[in-house]
Design a protein around this ligand. Sequence first.
Ligand code: FRU
Length: 548
Amino acid sequence: MDQNGNRKAMDRRRFLCGTAKSAVAFAVFASELVHADGVVGNPDADANPALKLALDPRRPQFHLLPAANWMNDPNGPIYWKGRYHMFFQYNPHAAFWGDMHWAHAVSPDMVHWKHLPVALAPTPDGPDAQGCFSGTAAVRDGVVTFIYTGVANAPQDQATLNDGKVSLRESQCYATSNDSELRTWTKRAAPVIAAPPKELQVTGFRDPSPWKEQDGWYMAVGSGIKGKGGAVLLYKSGDLQSWEYLHLLCGGDNNGTANANASNPVDSGDMWECPDFFALGDKHVLIYSTQGKVFWQTGDLDRTAMVFHAGQSGVLDFGSFYAPKTQLDKHGNRVLWGWIPETRPVAEYSASGWAGLMSLPRVLTLGGDGRLKVGVDSGIEKLRGHEEKLRLAPVSAGGREMISDVKLKGACGELLCVVKPSAEPFTLDLLSPGDEKEAKDARDAKALDSQASLLSIRYSHANPKELVVDQQRLPIMLAAGEALELRFFVDGSVIELFVNGQVTSTKRFYYPGSVASEIAVSFTGSVADVSRLSLWQLSPISKDRLTT
Ligand code: FRU
């Protein structure tokens, strides 16, 4: 996943250093690559970029993504006047990172989405002239308000985002909505926080996240202290506009690798991006992104000192997932959204005309053991067609290796596999049919490798604390008698995997051509151990892969 972080850093440098000319050169280069991609072949699609995207089988059908071009972090998700609003980092010009705007989409249910016009764009000569970076929505006196990071060119000694090539000032900016549909926004001309506290040597200063306490507003800002590691700065305000710096909410205690020489402090853990801080049950939760991963901590907020003391901690998702943000849904549940980046080369995704998607809404709860639990919001189930029970047909003489005869069509659906607590060691693979022979050959050679399948799971009760997903060992803790529950959402080129509310892992997969893979399940082990294996086709949420 570090790969993805690096990849975006590379895009970011490309954009920030680039001139309009180099952007044109890149676009020409990208259009030459389209043919290598194999999507094209339909002359109408060649002439019509929106049609090309609507026909691209790799473009998800039940996830939110922009009509075209690049997206990254979710920003300011909010339930307002009966509808869910999602904003997100967006480049309106191309399918690579740059010129950050806030795109806007609206939904009645967090499942079906409709695009609305862009909500925020950089203001020439403003504090966000080089981009409207991530932020949060808060409601003050009945008005939805954004606090977000603006970036603008600045001399080296005033820059907080500085990799030797770009020199940007990050400041915290403020905008208020003008209408109940949150379509148009009025920006305050000057930032509400122009610079980080003078006494701190920060590694970055962005992604403000305010919340309300009885005695006023508090705000977490993503940062880090040079030589000491990632940290969250804490501010206080009575009106969301005039802010006083208090101290570190947490971090800054040599938690990262503290590599002061790294050109991008996020790569070494010295800068924490996108902090999100909220109460959950009788605990508080901090979520932050660094080193290409998302971390969670549960613990206690000392309300006298206003300092967070972390207890348990972990990784929020073990795959392609970054910079998440939470909101309350209409029932008061804490719902998390994350950016699912591309994992293919920049030239390929740029040529495809789109990059990135939003995760499904994930509901966060606190386990009895104080750990964070993550499940998918049940609203997605309304997209289900008939439940089909998968039949596993033996492919080897002993009958321990089986492949399902019912397949998921169009790479658009959900699979559920429940394995009994007493199960023998087993492997489960999601295969595209072309891979079946390859997978079997690999097994025959006693070397099933994850390359032969889209996603591979291994589990053995001899090692009950670990679930192997592809080559990665993920921590898991099943209570005595608890079955293993694997829930997969497959959509175009993404698989979101949820395991017993404890572990999630998001995987991208790509294939050439203009037809989506059918997907089968391959199981090696005793069928008697599988208490449920079900498949649902899921209905697309639009007719054209959300390209309009
Ligand atoms: C995280 C991030 C944020 C920043 C935004 C810019 O992915 O780097 O820290 O605000 O993306 O697009």
